[in-house]
Ligand binder design. Structure first.
Ligand SMILES: *Cc1c(COP(=O)(O)O)cnc(C)c1O
Length: 377
């Protein structure tokens, strides 16, 4: 039994959430998947299941310990080498989740007097990384979404006051998870170089999907291997689970020694590693998957009158929470699994549907979804 004052407090908070229409609950998957991040349709591919089963038979179901203890098997090394090669970097370090990576690598890099500058629409995990860094005495600057003039101004005024030796980190999503738009990585790199700032790019929604070899937004924008700190996930387009940071050996060694999310967590289990390796192989050798996911997203954007974007995320702006929920329900009734995204995941008053496309969808399914959206609006 929880103590009565606690029960009363939680009850009150739940009532408040319900009265605001902000109550969240877990809904089962039904209908056509147009909301997950399985962009390449690999999550249920039998080849990933087979790779996972083989890895479990050879290396075990679990890792047994953290990486720095006895938790590392040859698949961790294989996967890190594969990712570094794919991303064009010297080294790679696996993390258990993207959330853990972002939340703990930022405070591992910036300390007292240092600064981290973060795009206003960055993923919550980077936001939490910034909060942790602030708790450690770092300055946090939030720049307006994609606004590099604002970033340059903030970097400049921070530098003018910062003590000698203080360093800056700039963090941005590559593809923004709730808007589906993309950062300008060459411009970010140039700006960061001018200020000796370290650039961290989160390629969670770009890895496997963008670029000539599916390596991500950096590859698409011609700066492959030049972003010093690239984070990505294995649980979205690659159909498995987990996350990684691609960087040089000095950075990897620092994170391995200081990032608490890496140090104090049991290593990724072998079946996940086997599936991820197979997911990367298929993402690279079956380019039709990413071409199809991106083409379907642009087909939907054309129907909705939106400009093309290098992503498979298509937001349908609604505004009020209740309207977004109603619209999602009407599409549910037509057999589409569409989810309303509400604050605090997105800013107040910007509730929306977040539609994603994947290689497994049929043209007719996307066309019918587009007309249903146009009718319902
Ligand atoms: C999903 C996501 C994460 C978190 O990754 P997990 O492995 O799911 O914890 C981090 N950043 C972005 C931009 C994401 O979309």
């Amino acid at each position: 039994m929880i103590p009565p004052p606690w029960h009363d407090r939680l009850q009150q908070l739940a009532e408040r959430r319900r009265s605001l229409g902000r109550d969240r609950s877990i809904q089962p998957a039904t209908g056509v998947d147009v909301c997950s991040n399985d962009y390449l349709g690999l999550r249920r591919d039998p080849r990933l299941a087979e790779a996972a089963a083989t890895a479990a038979r050879v290396h075990g179901a679990g890792a047994g310990a953290a990486r720095l203890l006895r938790g590392t098997c040859s698949l961790h090394d294989d996967l890190e080498a594969t990712l570094a090669h794919w991303k064009g970097t010297e080294a790679c370090l696996l993390f258990n989740t993207g959330y853990q990576a972002n939340a703990t690598l930022v405070p591992a890099l910036v300390g007292r007097d240092d600064a981290v500058f973060s795009d206003a629409l960055n993923h919550a995990s980077l936001v939490d990384g910034c909060r942790m860094a602030r708790a450690g005495g770092a300055q946090v600057g939030i720049f307006r979404h994609l606004d590099l003039d604002d970033l340059a101004a903030q970097l400049g005024s921070w530098r003018a006051k910062a003590p000698a030796g203080a360093l800056a980190l700039v963090a941005s999503d590559a593809v923004f998870s709730m808007d589906g738009d993309a950062a300008d990585l060459p411009a970010l790199l140039t700006l960061c170089q001018r200020h000796d700032a370290l650039l961290l790019i989160d390629e969670a929604h770009a890895t496997g999907l963008l670029g000539s070899d599916g390596a991500g937004l950096a590859q698409l924008q011609g700066v492959h291997g030049r972003v010093p700190l690239v984070m990505g996930t294995l649980g979205k387009a690659l159909g498995a689970f987990g996350a990684f940071v691609c960087c040089d050996k000095v950075l990897r060694d620092h994170l391995l020694n200081t990032s608490r999310g890496f140090i104090f967590s049991t290593a990724l289990p072998p079946p996940v590693l086997g599936a991820a390796l197979e997911g990367i192989r298929l993402a690279r050798t079956e380019p039709w998957r990413r071409e199809r996911a991106l083409a379907l997203a642009n087909q939907l954007r054309d129907a909705l009158g939106q400009p093309h974007q290098p992503s498979a995320i298509v937001p349908v702006p609604v505004g009020a929470d209740a309207d977004a929920i109603r619209l999602a329900q009407s599409l549910h009734a037509l057999g589409y699994d569409v989810r309303a995204v509400r604050p605090p995941t997105v800013p107040e008053g910007s509730a929306r549907l977040r539609i994603t496309t994947g290689a497994h969808l049929l043209d007719a399914e996307v066309a019918a979804l587009a007309s249903a959206l146009l009718q319902a609006r």
